[in-house]
Write a protein that binds this ligand. Structure first.
Ligand SMILES: Cc1cc2nc3c(=O)[nH]c(=O)nc-3n(C[C@H](O)[C@H](O)[C@H](O)COP(=O)(O)OP(=O)(O)OC[C@H]3O[C@@H](n4cnc5c(N)ncnc54)[C@H](O)[C@@H]3O)c2cc1C
Length: 436
């Protein structure tokens, strides 16, 4: 029997567990998926937008993996604090880091620490009920919010700000966020992109949604669009996205809330006395390599909040080689150089924050193959029994998969009408829901 510890219960962790089971057979491998939260599924629960329940439904596949018999969920255990990587390497044949990239990449401009400048991890975590961000209280009694970035996370943030409360029917947006959004006074949401419409990283389905909101409408300046003939060179998905932008440019409609695409614009500083009052933006142009260069022309956007959606970093774990420049674990195709080997990484902790949920699947399968190839050097390990003993000695309250199912049942039971669940947003509340 091989024992593998997978740290992180997001898509990458679950696909790795599934791949290990297929690689070795369920009776030849025991996988412990360890997560710092009492709840599994990583960004499926805490990142993917609450009004995109069909995407979140992928968790059912991971639930199947958890119930397959050779995979355990070991929740509420923070690796690096409750147990170290060295200790896990003593206990398990292999350890796989699937810890994602939960920290915002900072904008690195003057004023980015003024209250009201918020990273997307925090903002998204707030409306999705991640325990770390429950107390965020974003300033919503404002006219204008600026969203920095032109990826799907920026789209999520803009759409959540733009929707009416009724448009959240059927979603699992947490109650505190729905209440706060119900009161907001926003009239304008500006999406700032350093480059142009051809360089966006927004997928067509998600971008198209912006055109069908009840009280909000998107605006694109036709002058920002390249000649239509240039679209032919784009790959089909990107061409569809740009077609949406062309339609937004051609069909301006009056609306209570405007989602204003401001291309060729980069924030250079945020200003305000104790809270955000304005962003100073520099006009950019594309250079011959397709990069954005400043033109020196600056203008001001008065606003009360800035949400930066410009990427994420993986926090380091003591003792694990780390690439500061790339903001993730130093690795060679998932293998992390350690004195005795046997440490690997997958998903965002390996590649950085790119790709879709499905992109994490091949990572899991590749690592399962690497672990199989490296196994010649391995010796017998005690696995989960040793971990359980150590965590009990340290008085760590471990949350099992059946405990999680208890939390889930309680969340479903307290859901508001039409919503799949009302999440617990504090770890104490989650643990209280499963006290005997
Ligand atoms: C806002 C947002 C929206 C998205 N929407 C979509 C979408 O609609 N469609 C799509 O295809 N993709 C979407 N994605 C991308 C998708 O969520 C990622 O590809 C995927 O979640 C990455 O998986 P992961 O397992 O690497 O990391 P995560 O999902 O982040 O999982 C990491 C897990 O590790 C745990 N962890 C971290 N550190 C430790 C530690 N030290 N000890 C123990 N546990 C730890 C965390 O609690 C977490 O559960 C979105 C991403 C974001 C940020």
């Amino acid at each position: 029997m091989r024992h593998v510890a997978v740290i992180g219960s997001g898509p990458a962790g679950y696909y790795t567990a599934e791949a290990l089971t297929k690689q070795f057979g369920g009776d030849q491998v025991q996988v412990d998926i360890i997560d710092c939260l009492p709840t599994p599924y990583g960004l499926i629960r805490a990142g993917v937008a609450p009004d995109h329940q069909s995407i979140k439904a992928v968790y059912k596949r991971y639930e199947g993996t958890s119930l397959s018999g050779n995979v355990r969920f070991v929740g509420n255990v923070l690796v690096g604090k409750d147990v170290s990587i060295d200790e896990l390497l003593e206990m398990y044949n292999a350890v796989v880091l699937a810890t994602g990239a939960p920290h915002d990449r900072p904008m690195g401009i003057a004023g980015d620490d003024i209250p009201g400048v918020i990273g997307s991890a925090a903002f998204v975590g707030w409306y999705n009920g991640h325990p770390e961000f429950v107390g965020l209280a974003p300033p919503l009694g404002i006219d204008t919010a600026v969203v920095v970035g032109v990826g799907n996370v920026a789209l999520d943030v803009a759409r959540i700000l733009a929707k009416t409360p009724a448009e959240f029917d059927g979603s699992d947006i947490v109650g505190h966020a729905l209440d706060a959004l119900r009161e907001h006074t926003l009239k304008r949401i500006v999406i700032l992109g350093r480059r142009g419409p051809h360089q966006i990283q927004m997928t067509p389905k998600e971008l198209g949604e912006l055109g069908h909101l009840q009280r909000a409408a998107p605006i694109v300046d036709p002058a920002d669009l390249p000649p239509e003939s240039a679209d032919a060179a784009l790959e089909p998905g990107q061409r569809k996205s740009v077609t949406h932008l062309r339609s937004f440019a051609a069909n301006h409609r009056e609306a209570e809330v405007i989602v204003d695409f401001d291309f060729f614009a980069r924030p250079v500083r945020v200003e305000g006395n104790g809270h955000v009052e304005q962003v100073i933006v520099e006009r950019t142009a594309l250079n011959e390599k397709g990069g954005a260069v400043g033109t020196g022309e600056e203008y001001t956007i008065p606003c009360g909040m800035v949400v930066s959606c410009i990427g994420y970093r993986t926090p380091p774990i003591p003792g694990v080689p780390y690439d500061e420049d790339l903001g993730r674990f130093a690795n060679d195709d998932g293998r992390i150089a350690m004195p005795n080997g046997r440490l690997y990484c997958v998903g965002w902790a390996k590649r950085g924050p790119t790709g879709t949920i499905g992109t994490n699947r091949p990572d899991g399968f590749a690592i399962a193959e690497l672990i199989a190839a490296d196994e010649a050097e391995s010796v017998a390990h005690e696995g989960g029994a040793a971990l359980d003993k150590l965590l009990a000695e340290r008085n760590v309250r471990v949350v099992s998969f059946s405990d999680w199912q208890g939390i889930e049942a309680a969340e479903i039971a307290r859901a508001r009408a039409g919503s799949p669940r009302e999440k617990f947003v504090a770890i104490d509340e989650m643990l209280a829901a499963i006290q005997p």
